[in-house]
Design a protein. Sequence first.
Length: 223
Amino acid sequence: MPQLSNAQLQGLAASNLDAGVVLDADWDDPYPDAPCWGFALFGGPGGHADNTPPTISTQAFVLNAAGLIVGLNPGFVQWVQQDIGGAAATAQAQALAANFQAAFIDLDDDAQQACSDALARLCAVAAGLTLSAANGTAPTSYSVVMASDHWYSWEHWALGLANNVGQPEYPAVQYCQRYAGGNPVKTRSRQVWGAHPILTRVYLTELLDGHVSYLEHAQGWPG
């Protein structure tokens, strides 16, 4: 899977950031209706397959009619083993299950953080991304961020690039993100969009080809 060169990271960086810079207007977005997580986790595609955040969240948490969490699906870990597979995904599902009771019943802050971390990492692994060392906590040039209002849910996803290489006066991390079906992917945003109080960051060892297919159409990409 691809990694960006220093020249590419430098080209994608910017000193003055606002809501973001739209990609080349003459390039047709191949996934114009993809959700925010479609780009951040998969590099473009949407859909609701088993390895996407909506399905994972539905399989993990039991909600009441008002949309409030009331429990963890007792078969969640087994579902991950069978439908997603792999030791990395299973480990994240087990971590979520192990911390759920303390998070939900005891309202333990550390347990809630552990559940948010496990959910974000599980979504990343299920999408085919590789976590950095130390369970995705070792900083790299690439990250995905799950923005949430609650420890058991997500509201928005963004791709982070540490692209101030050789330009320390620029923001250390800049974001590429999209709104579901409304905007094309934008690059060089200073922050994750939306006023969500929980930002769970997962560092990656590389990107997917789909990410690069968007980024290479951004202003500043080396020719």
